[in-house]
Write a protein that binds this ligand. Sequence first.
Ligand SMILES: Nc1ncnc2c1ncn2[C@@H]1O[C@H](COP(=O)(O)OP(=O)(O)O)[C@@H](O)[C@H]1O
Ligand SMILES: [Mg+2]
Length: 271
Amino acid sequence: MPGQADNARQQLTTLSSKWSKTKFLLKHPALRKYVPDTSLYSYESLLDMLSKHKVAYVKPVKGTSGNGVIKVVKHHNSKFTYHVGTSTRSFAAYKDMFTSLQQTKYRREHIVQKGIDLLTYKGLIFDLRIMVQKNEKKQWEVTAYIGRLAHPQKAVTNFHNGGTPMRLEALLRPFLSDDKNANYIESLKDLGYRIATEFHKSYPKFMEIGIDFGLDSSLKPWIIEVNTRPDAYIFDQLKDKTMFQRVMLLKRFNGLLSSQRIKQKKTVRRR
Ligand SMILES: Nc1ncnc2c1ncn2[C@@H]1O[C@H](COP(=O)(O)OP(=O)(O)O)[C@@H](O)[C@H]1O
Ligand SMILES: [Mg+2]
């Protein structure tokens, strides 16, 4: 019989899997509509995803920081390309591309997800991160949100992958007038809160989650990823430190600061 510590450990292990987390979201009718079409990666599933959506993202089930994330496109002329890091490769036939992908992605397990046609700012794609934390009253609170603008040559927006953190209001300004901007951000925060509430019902040990949302041209939010060990330091990149300070205060309150620090040090050492 597994003890309590084993259960806690198991919960943490399970939630590092992007596939398990996607399956979890799909089980909830209120959240399902925000989840892009996703499958486990295979020759057939990628081909199927490309026939349906033309653009797909192939991602390591246990990846972080945008590492190993590959954008795959089926073009009008039936050519295929994939984009990883700063390079793009082109193929005349699907099977040749697949063979090359197999070498690029090594043996790790991957998922394949419909590519969201992300909004752009000055020609660069962006998405956003929302932080939801348990507060002093043990209630979920959206403590921070931030936009992330991709590096010009990359298909990922991650801060640790050349992305530039920016105020979300600034990134949304070309799409929404100032009065609508605030309401829209409130609706994103509300969605973040609902995701945290559902997560908590199944995984009560988690004190915080960070959600990556992609926005399409109709401003519909798509849940790209739910992180169960979200980084605080991205919020320190904003000039206004109010959100960062609240995030850190609750991390400290929830006893998560030391493990966060260790994680941070490891990331720095690895780079
Ligand atoms: N389905 C998708 N559509 C569009 N962009 C995506 C998609 N999946 C991932 N991305 C881009 O790649 C980044 C990294 O993917 P993500 O799933 O968050 O993995 P990681 O754990 O590496 O951060 C995202 O922040 C986003 O910029
Ligand atoms: Mg992410």
